[in-house]
Design a binder for this molecule. Structure first.
Ligand SMILES: [Zn+2]
Length: 296
């Protein structure tokens, strides 16, 4: 009996030690415990970091609604309510930027919250928040051209709008001259490369660490895209070239760019047939990237 008790005691001690080791990495950031700790991004029901809060550590494609939504958990005004479209202020303790978006899947207008900021959300997303990216969500403009170059095109991409302005679904058609370099807007992995001299021209897909799959179409076949499937790419790295095989039938040379989240391949669709597939409005992020380009 004594031996059995000792064995049980030893096992209990080992079990406790294992539990302590397992818990150690997250001890400073126990998500959703109602305390805003180091390494967390915290959402508050009221302005001025008041009212009930919830503390999160990861990106969220959709905060959710109804049963199962992410809700405010600490004692205070708003406790138990869903955070979606209900968040007035935030505290970013993650050590990097966090982006809060108006739409699900990281779409639409957004607020960039710098590391350490303890602020009310901007008017774009205050009480209109649907998703968040923990990390650097910003894009590199996908073409090595100046602002003036894009502004002088006709037809032209509606660079000055925050509203998606593709002709039919959430995507961007950016008109530029033949020979313009197409570059990756994100750090990611090349998922596909197709070289074609007709139709939609050469295409490439790149997936980033937030699950965003970017699709580039209407690129030249000669010179062909300069990346291969499985390869890593970084922001600004060359993908391909706008060329004479690069335009959709009946239009001038342009880059077609669209994005969906949580998929590994671009759905086969075109025009109004792409409605309903969850393509995301990236116009606000693209606009910010565009304004980072040289003026002329
Ligand atoms: Zn297009």
């Amino acid at each position: 009996m004594i031996i059995k008790r000792m064995a049980a005691g030893v096992l209990a001690t080992i079990g406790l030690a294992a539990a302590l080791v397992a818990a150690a990495p997250s001890a400073t950031a126990a998500a959703k415990n109602g305390v805003c700790e180091s390494n967390e991004f915290c959402l508050y029901y009221n302005s001025g970091n008041a009212g009930s809060l919830v503390d999160l550590v990861n990106s969220q494609r959709d905060y959710g609604t109804g049963a199962g939504c992410i809700e405010f958990v600490s004692t205070g005004s708003g406790k138990g309510q869903c955070v979606k479209n209900n968040t007035a202020s935030v505290w970013n303790r993650t050590g990097g930027p966090v982006f809060v978006f108006y739409n699900t899947d990281f779409g639409g207008v957004y607020d960039k919250i710098p590391a350490g900021a303890k602020v009310d959300l901007n008017a774009n997303v205050k009480n209109d928040n649907a998703s968040q990216i923990v990390g650097d969500a910003e894009l590199r403009f996908p073409l090595n051209v100046t602002q003036a170059h894009v502004k002088n095109q006709s037809p032209k991409w509606c660079w000055d709008s925050k509203v998606n302005c593709h002709h039919d679904y959430n995507a961007a058609d950016i008109f530029v001259a033949t020979g313009s370099a197409v570059v990756s807007p994100v750090n990611g992995t090349v998922k596909s490369v197709n070289v074609r001299s007709s139709g939609v021209g050469s295409t490439v897909t790149v997936k980033d660490s937030f699950g965003r799959l970017w699709y580039f179409a209407h690129m030249h076949h000669n010179p062909a895209p300069v990346v291969t499937t499985g390869q890593s790419v970084t922001k600004g790295q060359r993908i391909g070239t706008i060329g004479t095989s690069a335009h959709a039938v009946g239009t001038d040379p342009h880059l077609h760019l669209d994005m969906r989240v949580g998929v590994d391949s671009r759905v086969s669709c075109s025009g109004s047939g792409c409605a309903g597939y969850g393509f995301v409005n990236n116009q606000p992020l693209l606009r910010t990237a565009f304004l980072d380009r040289p003026a002329s």
